[in-house]
Ligand binder design. Structure first.
Ligand code: SAH
Length: 213
């Protein structure tokens, strides 16, 4: 039988072998227990490097993808970060270890309620979770140092680009929902926006309006 410590070591080893090498990101991922964000049937698969189903027909992303996206975001300890697509809350919890403040938005009330309960139980007091259509960002808290989108849009949503500070970075998957998408990094400089394509990824689509649950 594999002990929790061994499983955790294998988890971190798998992350490193897939390119997650940033020490701050790895220690955040060591700190936050993914099993807390995966319920029921799938909880015993929490330390495997695979996406898993969560409520409302959504998915918690594959840990290595969470790690690579977090690493690409280059989060600093003074940063105010916006995440679009709270889902289980796992990615937001990782960000909360690295940033000053995290705002996370989902279109399903139920996901926001459940993620908030987990944040409270873990004492993650620097995360605020909000039910809203994240395509419009969070204008009342803008601008942001970093924006991470964990659902795929065909193009980077204009309101999100507008809510990025100069010097800010946004990481997001772009492309059709039924095809392979590209993970993109956008940097806002004094002159405009720089785009960089990072790797192929697969995410659920960014959907307009609020969900029914
Ligand atoms: N980051 C999550 C996984 C995200 S799955 C985690 O760590 O578990 C993608 C999420 O994006 C889903 O929960 C979905 O409801 C949400 N989503 C899709 N379109 C959205 C929109 N327009 N606004 C806010 N959230 C959206």
């Amino acid at each position: 039988m594999t002990s929790d410590a061994e499983r955790k070591m294998q988890f971190l080893f798998a992350l490193r072998s897939k390119g997650v090498t940033d020490a701050r990101v790895l220690s955040a991922m060591e700190e936050v227990d993914r099993a807390r964000f995966v319920k029921g049937l799938f909880a015993d698969k929490a330390y495997e490097d695979m996406p898993l189903p969560i409520a409302c027909g959504q998915t918690i992303s594959q840990p290595s993808v969470v790690g690579l996206m977090t690493q690409a975001l280059e989060v600093h300890s003074r940063d105010k970060v916006l995440e679009i697509g709270t889902g289980s809350g796992y990615q937001a919890a990782i960000l909360s270890q690295l940033a000053r403040r995290v705002y996370t938005v989902d279109r399903f009330r139920r996901l926001i309620r459940e993620a908030t309960e987990i944040f409270d139980s873990l004492g993650l007091v620097n995360i605020t979770a909000v039910t809203a259509d994240g395509s419009y960002g969070l204008p009342e808290q803008a601008p942001f140092d970093r924006i991470l989108v964990t659902a795929a849009a065909e193009d980077p949503p204009g309101p999100l680009l507008a809510q990025l500070k100069i010097g800010g970075i946004m990481v997001l998957p772009v492309g059709q929902s039924d095809a392979v998408q590209s993970l993109i990094r956008v940097r806002r400089t004094g002159e405009g926006l720089d785009y960089e394509e990072l790797r192929p990824v697969r995410f659920v689509p960014l959907v307009e309006g609020l969900g029914q649950e």
